[in-house]
Design a protein around this ligand. Structure first.
Ligand code: HEM
Ligand SMILES: *[C@@H]1O[C@H](CO)[C@@H](O)[C@H](O)[C@H]1NC(C)=O
Ligand SMILES: *[C@@H]1O[C@H](CO)[C@@H](O)[C@H](O)[C@H]1NC(C)=O
Ligand SMILES: *[C@@H]1O[C@H](CO)[C@@H](O)[C@H](O)[C@H]1NC(C)=O
Ligand SMILES: *[C@@H]1O[C@H](CO)[C@@H](O)[C@H](O)[C@H]1NC(C)=O
Ligand SMILES: *[C@@H]1O[C@H](CO)[C@@H](O)[C@H](O)[C@H]1NC(C)=O
Length: 494
């Protein structure tokens, strides 16, 4: 073998680099840390188990090492917080932040300028509370109309059974009805942009942070590389949105000026922003448009893919369980007759079986990341350093035997009904929407929307899985995606 003179320093460098990575990557633990689950392969640590087998792996570790414990995932020590510790994490919202923890894996701040400003989140939450939740009853009629339009468009007449692609047609159906409340559903380009956005979003979040083995920042750099080379699916959607919104906003300002007190404010979130973001705006400047679009986009990100995925999960849960069909259908028929096809909020409140079924569908395996802003000692006595990612391991809460009986992992469609827990209510045994100060402000709207969709679909169609069995969710680490088998729809005979 021939070695040139130059290869020798190269070897030396590789040797040094490997050594440095090794040295850096030896997980550094501070004093009194939660127990570290042993692992065999250096650097890789528990990454593979976590990525491909999270549910079983975490359950096993929880049983052996208690609560909390540490794993070594993607080159980072990660603390897994079970039942008690997770409650503590949600109870200390000044120390633990979920929004900050998602920064590395989904660097939205690169695209939306206002997202990092301190009051952006506060304003968004306020807009949801005042502009959506408080006005929920007035949205009911509107949501219904858009949904029926969407159902006809994406599913349509199924006198012959039809396989519907839940990834495409279905996500567009839900996206349209959510987008409607934000005003932006009137333009098919925008609806497609947001249905696609849900897909783009998912594909970015599902990229395993392989490069975090070197450093989390490297992952952030790599996944934002396409952005810097001009390929930016998200920016594309933002531009579509801006193009659509500008004339809409201008028209409203003009109408307001001309009509004065006679101006009838349209019922949507855009109107809320127009009145509350910066009063006295007379012209839609680029700056103003940027700002309002950032807010709309944050709402889109928070609302569309969550609502769409959970509606889809619920339908797969329904379709795979024939024993539930008649009971849930009967409730919907009864309500439909009572309201003559036009739901009001009172009728939606009467869908108690559907609500309970939805709550059960939402009660699943999940882990939500939080970053600690400072070194913190849990009540249990173990300490984690500043900057640590703490995953709240929700299975430990959602499958607790005290709360959910001897077989907590079975599907309990009427647990909520029997115990008087509505789907939108957070509870110490139900952390689907988080808990405490940062609990999801959109949950009332989401549940309202999903119930209307399920009601209309169950009322109009027989819904089955192609295999006739329960379709399993797709898991990427603790992230769950809807199955992609599709669902078979068949129109009910009236
Ligand atoms: C089924 C649908 C949904 C689920 C499962 C869901 C779940 C969650 C969860 C787990 C959190 C984090 C809570 C925490 O940090 O403790 C959250 C936060 C949030 N959600 Fe939702 N969400 C849903 C729908 C929505 C909708 C429709 C909107 C908007 C209209 C929305 C807006 C937000 C916002 C703005 C936050 C951040 C709140 C904060 O940090 O203070 N969500 N959501
Ligand atoms: C805290 O929990 C861990 C298990 O995660 C356990 O090993 C440790 O002994 C506990 N510490 C105290 C002080 O109870
Ligand atoms: C949030 O996380 C990033 C790391 O991605 C960190 O640099 C930043 O200082 C953190 N804190 C706040 C308040 O955003
Ligand atoms: C689904 O979407 C496609 C367009 O993507 C449309 O042509 C079709 O009519 C929709 N509905 C069904 C049932 O496939
Ligand atoms: C269930 O939760 C309660 C309180 O939240 C807790 O005391 C109990 O230990 C949990 N049970 C199991 C089996 O984890
Ligand atoms: C639905 O469409 C997606 C992407 O267009 C495709 O990957 C998937 O296989 C389709 N599913 C069915 C059941 O046809």
């Amino acid at each position: 073998m021939y070695f040139s003179f130059e290869t020798i320093p190269a070897f030396v460098w590789v040797f040094i680099a490997t050594y440095v990575v090794y040295w850096i990557k030896k997980p550094r633990l501070s004093k009194n840390e939660p127990p570290m689950v042993p692992y065999k392969i250096p650097i890789i640590g528990h990454t593979l188990d976590y990525l491909f087998n999270a549910e079983k792996f975490l359950a096993k570790c929880r049983q052996q090492y208690g609560d909390p414990f540490n794993l070594y995932i993607f080159g980072q020590v990660t603390t897994i917080a079970g039942n008690e510790i997770a409650h503590e994490v949600y109870g200390h919202s000044d120390t633990f932040s979920m929004t900050n923890a998602t920064r590395d894996s989904f660097p939205l701040y690169r695209i939306l300028k206002s997202i990092e400003k301190t009051d952006t989140l506060k304003l968004t939450v306020k807009a949801i509370r005042e502009g959506l939740t408080a006005k929920l009853p007035s949205f009911t009629e509107r949501v219904q109309k858009t949904l029926m339009f969407s159902i006809n468009q994406e599913i349509g007449d199924c006198s012959q059974p039809k396989l519907i692609n839940t990834t495409n047609n279905f996500s567009r159906m839900v996206a349209r009805s959510v987008a409607d409340v934000l005003e932006i559903s009137k333009n098919e380009d925008v609806v497609n942009a947001f249905a696609d956005f849900t897909k783009d979003f998912t594909s970015i979040v599902a990229i395993p942070p392989i490069f975090s083995f070197i450093h989390p920042k490297v992952h952030t750099q790599i996944i934002t590389l396409p952005l810097r080379f001009g390929f930016n699916p998200i920016l594309k959607h933002l531009i579509t949105l801006k193009k659509h919104l500008k004339p809409v906003l201008e028209k409203r300002l003009k109408d307001k000026e001309i009509l004065g007190d006679k101006y009838e404010p349209p019922l949507d979130i855009i109107e809320y922003f127009l009145n509350n973001l910066e009063s006295e705006t007379k012209v839609i400047t680029d700056d103003y448009l940027d700002k309002i679009c950032d807010f709309i986009f944050i709402l889109v990100i928070a609302s569309i893919h969550t609502t769409s995925h959970h509606t889809t999960f619920a339908l797969y849960d329904f379709a795979g369980r024939p024993e539930l069909w008649d009971d849930l259908y009967e409730e919907q028929v009864k309500i439909d007759k009572e309201c003559n096809g036009e739901l009001t909020p009172q009728h939606i409140n009467k869908m108690v079986k559907l609500d309970s079924f939805l709550r059960e569908s939402l009660r699943t395996f999940a882990a939500n990341p939080h970053r600690s802003f400072e070194s913190y000692t849990f009540k249990n006595g173990t300490t984690i350093p500043k900057g640590r990612i703490v995953q709240t391991y929700l299975s430990d809460i959602h499958y607790n035997t005290t709360a959910y009986g001897p077989e907590p992992r079975s599907f309990l469609p009427y647990h909520g009904l029997e115990n008087n827990f509505p789907a939108s209510k957070t509870d110490k045994d139900y952390f689907v929407f988080g808990a405490g100060k940062h609990a999801c402000p959109g949950r009332f709207f989401a549940v309202h929307e999903i119930k209307i969709a399920l009601h209309k679909l169950i009322l109009n169609y027989h819904i089955k899985t192609p295999s006739g069995k329960i379709e399993k969710k797709i898991h990427v680490g603790p992230l769950a995606l809807p199955p992609n088998a599709g669902l078979i729809f068949e129109s009910r005979k009236k």
